[in-house]
Design a protein around this ligand. Structure first.
Ligand SMILES: Cc1cc2nc3c(=O)[nH]c(=O)nc-3n(C[C@H](O)[C@H](O)[C@H](O)COP(=O)(O)OP(=O)(O)OC[C@H]3O[C@@H](n4cnc5c(N)ncnc54)[C@H](O)[C@@H]3O)c2cc1C
Ligand SMILES: NC(=O)c1ccc[n+]([C@@H]2O[C@H](COP(=O)([O-])OP(=O)(O)OC[C@H]3O[C@@H](n4cnc5c(N)ncnc54)[C@H](O)[C@@H]3O)[C@@H](O)[C@H]2O)c1
Length: 495
């Protein structure tokens, strides 16, 4: 039996990052991937959906420009756009394949090995591989990393066929823009696809969530902007209603909603997208004789280590946050833990996120919903994009930013949200402050380029220190400071 130091099962972002970190330690590694290297980080996931989002933004900007200059707007050809998405996905996959190939040509080749097949843990140190081509085999490994990711959650009463009723995996089966689509589950994936379809302006979008609003985990002020923008593009958000039936009839999706007053309504649309969360891929991954603790949210791990000490779990297969950057962080951490001491502790509180909506929403740390849930007293300052020169120059002042700090003299940064143009790049300074455990003083004194969106963050910080250039007391509609304590949110009065 071939023997390895590490066997990684699953070649998505988490597994690939783990394998590459093991190369740094000069360990003998086997990476097993059953399908396409890159996983949902590339295919039917992060990269493909972001390419659709970028294209949809360009299409929307073009339509808006044509309208303002009285020029007829061009039609968007689905096939041409899909070819662009396939090209982007292909480029990223080629990069990884090229990287793996070249690793094998140089000295790293003695460490890194890759096979295409389905891996299964059949002993604490033994993995069986059902090979894509050639004879199946078994290998021995001192350490095993489970990185098999997740898949879309399905609902018992919805007949998903990936042709008419789709999950995010079935988006690649579309051949044309549907004339209409209902999105079930208005979380991150649902709202990103609602943004994409409504930006192209060729699909009437309906949205349903089991909560009474979209993005139920996000703060109300953030959701308000996103909902307004979706509705301005004629997205129909079903509120206070419950999906009680969905079926396909004569090639169309027919769904029935029940409203709070007991009345019912039936809708007909061309397609449905079900995006109600994801579930971990651990079925058929671990033989019954190997006792690894898990629950329905994923493999239970203690900082990536499972209940069997030489078996680790990283990425979406665990119950932690399901993001590319988190999977990579966990994969690298697991290997550092295996072969030495991790350089940094594994902390989830500082993870930066972006939701690709209209406008984009970037965040780091706590939002107000979470702070209140956890009963943490906080102070929040917010500034409207209409006060930021760069947003004015971009002629897009739709958005705001807010910083949440501890409600004490120290004013430790707990989190922030930015909704608007350049949101993603403007959170980084604050993300760094949080990770360094620093207060807001440093940020108030930095010199930022002008005009830039990040100047707004600086003004928020100065507001907390009562030394902002614009005075909130006289710009009440666009600058705000409030404090939350004992279950109550109160505006803070400025002099
Ligand atoms: C539509 C969509 C959009 C997203 N957008 C973003 C985004 O913008 N930003 C972000 O950070 N995250 C995003 N995500 C989440 C992100 O894609 C995942 O968190 C990330 O891909 C998880 O990485 P992973 O390596 O754990 O799993 P995966 O990417 O799921 O990879 C697991 C791999 O394991 C393989 N595998 C499974 N079982 C076996 C087996 N038995 N043997 C061998 N191989 C196996 C699979 O084929 C797959 O390649 C998005 C997800 C979706 C679905
Ligand atoms: N930009 C990004 O970083 C990005 C983009 C896409 C996906 N992701 C990752 O993928 C994960 C999965 O995304 P997702 O959108 O599937 O999950 P999600 O948890 O974000 O949203 C699921 C939504 O479905 C709703 N829901 C659940 N059951 C329902 C039911 N029976 N009927 C109607 N609605 C129901 C929930 O209330 C929730 O709003 C995310 O949590 C995120 O980690 C990240």
């Amino acid at each position: 039996m071939e023997k390895y130091d590490v066997c990684v099962i699953g070649g998505g972002p988490a597994g690939y990052a783990a394998a590459m970190r093991a190369v740094d330690f000069k360990k003998r590694i086997l990476l097993i991937e059953k399908d396409r290297i890159g996983g949902a980080g590339i295919h039917n996931g992060a990269l493909s959906s972001k390419t659709w989002w970028e294209l949809s933004r360009e299409a929307f900007a073009l339509r808006t420009h044509c309208k303002s200059t009285n020029v007829p707007a061009p039609e968007h050809n689905f096939q041409i756009l899909k070819a662009e998405v396939d090209k982007a996905v292909g480029k990223r996959r080629e990069l990884l394949e090229h990287h793996m190939h070249n690793l094998n040509l140089n000295s790293h080749g003695e460490y890194f090995h890759h096979v295409k097949g389905i891996g299964k843990v059949i002993g604490n140190n033994v993995v069986s591989i059902k090979m894509d081509e050639g004879e199946d085999m078994e290998i021995e490994a001192d350490n095993i990393i489970l990185a098999t990711g997740s898949r879309p959650r399905k609902l018992d009463n919805i007949p998903i066929d990936e042709e008419t009723i789709l999950t995010s995996d079935g988006i690649e089966n579309l051949r044309e823009f549907p004339k209409s689509i209902v999105i079930v589950g208005a979380g991150v994936i649902g709202c990103e696809f609602a943004t994409i379809f409504s930006n192209f302006g060729q699909t009437k979008v309906h949205m349903i969530d089991k909560g009474n609003r979209i993005l139920p985990f996000e703060d109300e002020d953030v959701v308000d902007i996103i909902e307004n923008n979706l509705e301005s593009k004629e997205v129909l958000i079903h509120r206070n209603s419950k999906l009680i039936d969905m079926k396909v009839e004569n090639g169309m999706v027919v769904y029935t909603l029940e409203y709070n007053n007991g009345s019912k309504e039936i809708f007909h649309v061309e397609k449905a997208l079900v995006s109600v969360g994801r579930i971990p891929n651990y079925e058929n991954l671990i033989a019954g004789s190997v006792k690894i603790n898990k629950d329905n949210r994923g493999i239970i791990d203690d900082l990536t280590q499972t209940s069997i000490p030489n078996i680790y779990a990283v990425g979406d297969i665990t119950a932690d946050i399901a993001l590319v950057n988190v999977g990579e962080l966990e994969g690298r951490y697991a290997v550092e833990k295996m072969f030495g001491v991790p350089e940094k502790p594994l902390i989830y509180e500082n993870i930066s996120t972006i939701m690709f909506l209209a406008p984009e929403v970037a965040g780091v740390g706590l939002n107000e919903v979470k702070a209140r849930e956890q009963g943490i007293p906080y102070k929040v300052v917010s500034l409207d994009y209409s006060c930021i020169s760069r947003a004015i120059a971009m002629r897009n002042t739709d958005g705001f930013m807010k910083i949440i700090v501890s409600n004490d003299d120290e004013m430790r940064v707990l989190g922030m949200r930015v909704v608007g143009e350049h949101a993603s790049s403007s959170i980084e300074a604050v993300a760094l402050l949080i990770s360094m455990g620093k207060g807001i003083g440093e940020l108030a004194e930095l010199i930022h380029p002008h005009p830039s969106i990040i100047e707004g963050i600086q003004e928020c910080v100065r507001m907390l220190l009562n030394k902002s250039i614009m005075k909130p007391g006289v710009l009440r509609h666009s600058m705000r400071c409030a404090s939350f304590a004992d279950g109550e949110l109160k505006d803070v009065e400025f002099v």
